[in-house]
Design a protein around this ligand. Structure first.
Ligand code: NDP
Ligand code: MG
Ligand code: MG
Length: 336
């Protein structure tokens, strides 16, 4: 769906989107459909180059895309951004242009020290790229948070809001934050609850049932498949809505057993996770891990992929063909 944004701030601006992955592709497509001028910056020969070209974008090497751009959105993986900044952005970005991030990690943890003659802003959609695109296409948006690190033109706020409008975030809700708050809360959310907490909870629940002799297929449905129904209710109306829909028996079980699983000890460990984020321990470890060639990351990932719940899940999902098709169509990319 095409819907030219009514926000005039970036109407005559050239926007360089660096990266065409989860966020980059969604932002580039939404900005273009909002009537804005987008060029995509990528490494020549990488798999994304062909895809962005096939989807109708002018694609250039990052340095070339940055030259002449009024706004540069840095949407490559966080760990490649510092070198990308040094090599392609710093020497080429014009004075008074805006440098935009979707996550504050590198600025907050001082891996990138932006030039002093540019605006530095953040627009972080609170959802994966596939959803940023899908919501936009159906006329909605993903709530986004925005921040200003540096404002040399007096236009930084207007640019951030215009960008957020261009990707559809303004149709939902925009909340002002700062780089520190966005970085720390984003890392905490994905570690303790969304990715880390949820997947560990599901795996532990699956293992508990299977080790007790129940069928893995039934365990899969109970602890993974049905989670979507619960999360959809959370999303629509919070925990109250979930309580409206589940049986009295499920509610009673929730009240007496939930706190046995997630107890004060869990919360104390969540606080430790948050402390490691706040004091830079997590960032230091992650940067060192990346620089060492990701030895632990690869091992952990392999263990997740080889967990018995994945084999059962692949088998069951293959019987629910609409899941495969739906996921691929919604994402337009592998879900990650
Ligand atoms: P991806 O891992 O999806 O980015 C991959 C893209 O970056 C590919 O197009 C890839 O090109 C390109 N790329 C990789 N290295 C380089 C390079 N050296 N030069 C140019 N392009 C390169 O990133 P995400 O979308 O996950 O994350 C982007 C930013 O958005 C991050 O700051 C992240 O924290 C933030 N964010 C991410 C969210 C998400 O849902 N994923 C949610 C909110 C914020 P090629 O294919 O050619 O290698
Ligand atoms: Mg996040
Ligand atoms: Mg994140």
């Amino acid at each position: 769906m095409s819907s030219t944004t009514s926000n005039p701030t970036l109407a005559n601006a050239r926007i360089a989107v660096l990266g065409y992955g989860s966020q980059g592709r969604a932002h580039a497509l939404n900005l273009r459909d909002s009537g804005l001028d987008v060029v995509v910056g990528l490494r020549k020969g990488g798999p994304s180059w062909e895809r962005a070209s096939a989807e109708g974008f002018t694609v250039a090497e990052p340095g070339e895309a940055v030259r002449g751009a009024d706004l540069v959105a840095v949407l490559t993986p966080d760990m490649v951004q510092p070198a990308l900044y040094k090599e392609s952005i710093e020497p080429n970005i014009k004075a008074g242009a805006a440098l935009l991030f979707a996550h504050g990690f590198n600025v907050h943890f001082k891996q990138i020290a932006p030039r002093e003659d540019i605006d530095v802003i953040l627009v972080a959609p609170k959802g994966p790229g596939a959803l940023v695109r899908r919501e936009y296409e159906i006329g909605r948006g993903v709530p986004s948070i925005w921040a200003i690190h540096q404002d040399v033109t007096g236009q930084a706020e207007a640019k951030a809001k215009a960008y957020a409008d261009g990707i559809g975030g303004g149709r939902a809700l925009l909340i002002k934050t700062d780089f520190k708050e966005e970085t720390e809360t984003d890392l905490f959310g994905e570690q303790a609850v969304l990715c880390g907490g949820a997947s560990s909870l599901v795996q532990a629940g699956f293992e508990t049932l299977v080790e007790a002799g129940y069928q893995p297929e039934i365990a899969y449905y109970e602890v993974l498949h049905e989670l979507k129904l619960i999360v959809d209710l959370f999303y629509e109306g919070g925990i109250a809505r979930m309580l409206e829909f589940v049986s009295e028996t499920a509610q009673y079980g929730d009240y007496v057993s939930g706190p046995r699983v997630i107890d004060a000890g869990t919360k104390a460990r969540m606080k430790d996770v948050l402390t490691d984020i706040q004091d830079g321990t997590f960032a230091r470890n992650w940067i060192a891990e990346y620089q060492a060639g990701l030895p632990n990351y690869k091992r952990f990932k392999q263990a997740d992929l080889e967990h018995p719940i994945e084999q059962v899940g692949a088998k069951l999902r293959a019987r629910m063909s609409w899941l495969q098709a739906g996921a691929a169509k919604a994402a337009g990319e592998p879900l990650k």
